[in-house]
Design a protein around this ligand. Structure first.
Ligand code: GLU
Length: 298
């Protein structure tokens, strides 16, 4: 029987903090309980924000926590061709279109619609306004002209078309520590016309995570609740690309004393800083609710 495959997939755009430690330790805990394998994936598609020193620090922090993972580590920046191929497959199915808009174009169009209707414009689960469709119906000629002229563009899912093509119901299986499984509904449409290829990189978080989970044979995804809504979109992409949908477990987030989510951007203490302050890996495990590993009695 093939073993369950888990993965921890951090982005090297800052130091890991306790929230990452929790996710990594939980993945390792699940892999141990389920007699599974644990993979590490470096999600570095954003080549401007990701840095080699942060990647190096990830390996050091995880080793310090006592974690082990299989080699080789998959680094997304080395696999853009895989994402390009997946995108070609999506494009071949229809239901995607190029979008030349800037953030400002979108914000202005949304403000206009809100002023016209007096109603708040719908937003996606990340709080971004639904794309107001400015580039949804450009003619082939105009698209070609603008692309040939070198205009930067993203690619978006055309949710109206896709909803007709794949009305659903969509869903996935959620699993828990005891091995329980439960089917849950997914609503990909709440993302509006999501970007699947960004302007600045030939993929997006959503596309590359789905492609990589499939290519790496990941069967069990353990990640934070902040990504639970993204799973609804991932399920749609898996269906479009003919990929298996893994099982998912979305864990609670580690909060700071003010009750906010830990974030690199909010200067939450990094694991490296905790380590420098004399905190031990055992203390981190204890603080996060993991039983300390028995120390060898030699
Ligand atoms: N790279 C993402 C992050 O650091 C996690 C992606 C995932 O687990 O699907 O938040």
């Amino acid at each position: 029987m093939t073993k369950p495959v888990f993965r921890f997939a951090p982005s090297p755009n800052g130091g890991l903090h306790l929230g990452h430690a929790y996710s990594a330790l939980l993945n390792a805990d699940f892999a141990r309980r389920f007699d599974g394998r644990l993979l590490l994936r470096i999600e570095d598609i954003d080549t401007t924000r990701c840095r080699p020193e942060f990647e190096q620090a990830i390996y050091e922090d995880l080793a310090w926590l006592g974690l082990a993972w299989e080699e080789p580590v998959r680094r997304q920046s080395e696999h853009f061709d895989d994402y390009r191929a997946a995108f070609r497959a999506l494009k071949g199915r229809g239901g995607v279109y190029p979008c030349f808009c800037s953030r400002k174009d979108i914000a202005e169009a949304v403000a206009c619609r809100e002023a016209e209707t007096g109603q708040p414009w719908p937003r996606d689960p990340d709080g971004a306004p639904f794309y107001p469709g400015l580039c949804r119906h450009l003619s082939e000629d105009e698209i070609e002209r603008r692309i040939t002229a070198g205009e930067l563009h993203a690619w978006r899912l055309d949710m109206g078309t896709l909803q007709k093509l794949l009305p659903g119901p969509h869903g996935y299986c959620r699993f828990d520590r005891e091995g329980g499984e439960e089917r849950v509904a997914a609503d990909p449409w709440r993302w509006g016309d999501a970007v699947i290829v960004r302007k600045d990189t030939p993929t997006s978080y959503h596309l590359s995570v789905v492609v990589d989970d499939a290519l790496q044979g990941v069967t069990h995804v353990v990640r934070g609740q902040d990504l639970e809504a993204a799973t609804d979109l991932h399920v749609l992409l898996q269906t479009l690309l003919g990929l298996l949908t893994p099982l998912y477990h979305h864990h609670g987030l580690v909060l700071d004393p003010e009750g906010d989510k830990l974030a690199k951007s909010r200067q939450s203490k990094s694991l490296a800083e905790l380590r420098a302050a004399g905190v031990t890996p055992q203390e981190v495990r204890q603080r996060l609710g993991f039983v300390p590993q028995p120390t060898p009695s030699t």
